[in-house]
Design a binder for this molecule. Structure first.
Ligand SMILES: [Zn+2]
Length: 459
């Protein structure tokens, strides 16, 4: 279909002689837009009617489209333009009335990757030659079509691009079809991704943006989910976080540790505002026997090795698809972030929630995940780490009983263990928190929501 125009032909015209002994010979192409006026053509020369010209087209989706000719006839395609055939009588009427140039949007799913602003090239480059464009249509920011102005000399002046208009092709070859199939897949992935956002508007905004910070304002001790439209990395607090593919984008968590200085930080093309927060102080009295537990550095280090190994591997996908739940309904005895003094000495920031409850109270998995570690540890007692994917883990400590084992897959709400007071603990309670890339993070941010819905500013 990219063969040179068979219509292209020259006509030799001899003008009537009005000036003595002067013959003018003109050569021109038969171009309807510049057709000679009838009185300059010698009537006796055989003049063929110009071939009908493609005047308008529309791709209704990646497969189907129509092409209208100047003689009123229409050709249709059902294979993305590889073959155009005469209009079938069963072609739905609304397909034809569904808008010509500048008409209705392509009929596709809600999560079509139609560009926010459709490019409207006035000319395009094809085989090193520039052609004026009559009409163009971009189905996505990569896949587009352009109908050339009359006189292009091409048999079928409808060109296709798979790289957003950088290069144009005269034929729908196998690799064009492959690129189109990849875009269809990307649209399906966008739908999967969009389903996790709170509203279609928020999903649309994220999916059409280069960078998204969920949210773009947070407190020390919080966590942010970053989305980019391309693969790559994000540098944050001296570390590099690889963006992992999900849906039609690429994501990573950025943990904002208690040590991060409040301020404004550039992330991609955006600014993350980290705000200061004053945490209260808690004074804890424990027996000398318990206090001495924390001197056994060998056992503590051996446990830390197990924990580090468990948290070093995380599924490269989000394992959850709905809001997180609180694992038990207990009494909050130590909130997140409290500065803790043990027996009068500064100890640490309590980067978890302590929820007091009766011994034996069933503990639910906060969301779907994989048991990264279920073991009896020295300080945290019977403890569980659940991998929720992409470097995010939930932690449950001081259990009286473990009901899962390392490697198990769990669903949100599954009973994974029972409340107890094992390890460094003064009474039955659940010590619960999240870790993102090995940094503890505020569990309150997760309850009844999920990271894709962290659009509101932190309070
Ligand atoms: Zn605790």
């Amino acid at each position: 279909m990219n063969s040179r125009n068979s219509r292209k032909r020259g006509l030799w015209l001899i003008l009537p002689v009005s000036l003595a002994a002067c013959l003018a010979v003109l050569v021109y192409e038969q171009r309807p837009a510049q057709a000679p006026s009838p009185d300059t053509v010698i009537e006796s020369l055989p003049v063929k009617k110009p071939a009908p010209e493609a005047v308008e087209f529309r791709m209704t989706d990646f497969e189907n489209g129509w092409l209208r000719y100047s003689d009123g006839k229409t050709k249709v395609t059902n294979d993305g333009g590889a073959v155009w055939r005469d209009e079938a009588s069963d072609l739905p009427v609304q397909t034809l009335s569904g808008g010509g140039a500048g008409g209705a949007a392509p009929v596709r799913g809600e999560w079509s990757l139609a560009p926010a602003e459709e490019p409207k090239p006035a000319t395009i480059l094809y085989e090193a030659k520039s052609y004026p464009v009559k009409q163009s249509q971009f189905l996505t920011d990569r896949i587009g079509w352009a109908l050339l102005d009359s006189g292009s000399g091409l048999a079928l002046p409808l060109l296709v691009t798979t790289d957003g208009g950088e290069t144009w092709r005269g034929e729908v070859t196998a690799d064009v079809r492959e690129a189109v199939q990849a875009e269809k897949k990307r649209e399906a992935q966008a739908a999967q991704e969009a389903a996790l956002y709170e509203t279609p508007e928020q999903a649309r905004l994220a999916i059409r943006s280069k960078w998204t910070l969920l949210p773009d304002q947070a407190f020390v001790g919080d966590i942010v989910l970053v989305r980019h439209d391309k693969p790559g990395e994000v540098s944050w607090q001296g570390k590099t976080y690889k963006l992992q593919p999900f849906g039609s984008g690429y994501y990573t968590y950025l943990p904002i540790s208690m040590q991060v200085k409040p301020g404004e930080y550039p992330i991609g093309g955006l600014t993350l505002t980290v705000k200061d927060k004053k945490f209260q102080t808690q004074y804890l009295q424990v027996s000398q026997q318990m206090e001495s537990m924390r001197q056994d550095t060998d056992r503590i280090q051996a446990d830390q090795k197990k924990i580090d190994a468990a948290r070093s591997k995380s599924e490269p996908e989000f394992l959850f698809s709905s809001a997180f739940i609180q694992p038990i309904q207990g009494i909050l005895t130590t909130p997140y972030g409290y500065t803790r003094y043990v027996n009068g000495k500064w100890d640490s920031s309590h980067t978890a929630l302590d929820l007091a409850a009766k011994e034996g109270t069933p503990i639910k998995a906060t969301n779907d995940g994989i048991v990264a570690l279920a073991d009896s540890l020295y300080l945290t007692g019977n403890a569980i780490y659940l991998d929720h994917g992409m470097g995010l883990f939930s932690q449950y400590a001081h259990l009286s009983e473990l009901r899962v084992k390392t490697g198990d897959r769990v669903k949100k709400g599954d009973i994974i263990g029972l409340v107890g007071t094992t390890g460094f603990s003064t009474g039955p309670h659940l010590h619960f928190t999240f870790w993102a890339h090995n940094v503890p993070t505020n569990p309150n941010l997760f309850f009844d929501t999920m990271p894709f819905r962290w659009v509101r500013q932190a309070k």
